[in-house]
Design a protein around this ligand. Structure first.
Ligand SMILES: Nc1nc2c(ncn2[C@@H]2O[C@H](COP(=O)(O)OP(=O)(O)OP(=O)(O)O)[C@@H](O)[C@H]2O)c(=O)[nH]1
Ligand SMILES: [Mg+2]
Length: 430
């Protein structure tokens, strides 16, 4: 064999060895194909094992992950965990009207309120809906709550448009308000919601048992530690309605609300409280240099308490005065032919039927509902109550469209706390 032939043989052998190595080591597909059946079988067995743990009640048997030091999942999968008994002393509930699809916003609002207030008091949460809540909604919200939770289905007759609403006129007004781009002007469900929140929430079976409610909406945020029970604070100080933000309403949602209220005042003068806050909702003077001067078609200046936050006494809404007020408004049809919101309805009722000293401005909670935020301006209060407000949103309190300065002037007044004060001087002044 010549030298050249020897090189050729060696080259062929080397190539053959490399090819085999390539097939075995570099081409996993060929190896994988060989194991497919075994893998499928293994996977099937694993799934069968997992299925043994599938019921949610058995989740506690699983460790969260192989490198976890906890022995069980938390919470433990039961819907009512021990230790959910109410600690707060008042006959009160936290109330949320919402839809299943709003679950993530519901949970974030719950978490915020639980962390800043309710986990120390464990007041029960009451959820209301015009459709049945899903199992998932119930499971997730009951795990988020420190207290008990209950879920109510609103009867159709408390939610839907009443039969005496003229269908043609309703459709026509819906179209007109939608064309005029009135906020939620074309929405049917929003009108049901506003009417329900004006006249029916306090009549629901689950709500009947309570004296107080704290209204919460999906996606809201609370920024400060409460450090007290707001229901107790209100009861002990003879307050019946609590708010955090007050603003001007869009006039094109309530063109005939005020004339309807004027009819009510003429018909039922006995219901007007002698120490009412009529001036708060009718004054049109300039309050602050930046403040808007309300220019409206009627005496109502559009000021209202923003009702997505409310802490209030249910007996006020159950009173004859409030119910005659609501019935009078309802019969006028403005919840459907216009788009009367529950905020101006509650606010006008509170301002006319209640002693203005029974209304409380919670200035120390810090709150956000898109797009407005209120945050304590006192440095002392902010740090003392561990407030962390949003850095990307301004404080609405003194904004041009805020009615708070008007409340200070014509409502229950305002005591300004100095940031640093001498405790003895302060106590002596009380
Ligand atoms: N069950 C139910 N709840 C509703 C419906 N519409 C609104 N809500 C609830 O009623 C409350 C007020 O509705 P929102 O849509 O928040 O109205 P809003 O606060 O004026 O406006 P945005 O928050 O800016 O959308 C919230 O708690 C909603 O979850 C509805 O059709 N069904
Ligand atoms: Mg809202």
């Amino acid at each position: 064999m010549s030298q050249r032939q020897k090189y050729l043989v060696v080259a062929v052998v080397v190539l053959a060895v490399c090819y085999e190595a390539f097939v075995k080591l570099i081409s996993p597909g060929m190896q994988f194909n060989l194991d497919v059946d075994a893998l499928v079988e293994g996977s099937r067995k694993l799934r069968q094992e997992q299925l043994k743990f599938a019921p949610r009640s058995d989740l506690t048997k699983l460790k969260p992950s192989t490198n976890s030091y906890t022995e069980a999942l938390f919470p433990d999968g039961r819907l009512v965990v021990p230790g959910k008994d109410q600690l707060g002393k008042e006959n009160a509930t936290i109330l949320m009207l919402c839809r299943n699809r709003e679950l993530s916003g519901v949970l974030s609002a719950m978490r915020s309120l639980e962390d800043h207030f309710n986990r120390e008091y464990r007041y029960p949460w009451t959820f209301l809906n015009d459709e049945p809540f899903t199992e998932n909604f119930i499971e997730e919200t009951s795990k988020m709550a420190s207290g008990k939770t209950q879920y109510g289905l609103i009867p159709a007759e408390d939610w839907n448009r009443p039969s005496w609403i003229d269908e043609d006129l309703f459709k026509q007004r819906l179209q007109e308000m939608s064309d005029q781009q009135v906020i939620y002007g074309g929405s049917r469900s929003y009108r049901n919601m506003c009417r329900f929140n004006s006249g029916y929430f306090y009549r629901q079976e689950l709500v009947k048992q309570y004296n107080w409610y704290f209204r919460v909406e999906p996606d809201v945020e609370y920024f400060c530690d409460f450090q007290y029970d707001p229901f107790t604070l209100m009861r002990e100080n003879n307050k019946k309605y609590g708010f955090v933000i007050s603003l001007f309403e869009y006039e094109d949602t309530i063109p005939t609300l005020w004339p309807t209220v004027e009819e009510f005042m003429t018909k039922y003068p006995q219901h007007l409280h002698p120490n009412n806050a009529l001036e708060f909702i009718t004054s049109k003077d300039m309050i602050t240099l930046e403040g808007m001067i309300p220019e409206t078609n009627h005496s109502y200046n559009m000021c209202h308490f923003w009702s997505n936050f409310e802490i209030a006494n249910l007996d006020f809404f159950r009173s004859e005065a409030y119910n005659q007020f609501f019935e009078h408004l309802d019969q006028a049809g403005g919840f459907y032919y216009e788009r009367w919101g529950d905020a101006p309805v509650h606010s006008i009722a509170v301002s006319l039927l209640m002693d203005k000293n029974e209304v409380h401005h919670f200035e120390d909670i810090g709150y956000f509902h898109n797009p407005f935020m209120t945050c304590p301006s006192s440095k002392q209060m902010k740090s003392g109550k561990r407030c962390v407000c949003r850095a990307d949103t301004g404080n609405v309190d003194l904004a041009s469209h805020s009615c708070l300065p008007r409340w200070w002037k014509y409502g229950a007044g305002k005591k300004f706390l100095r940031d640093s004060y001498n405790v003895e001087d302060f106590q002596a002044s009380l």
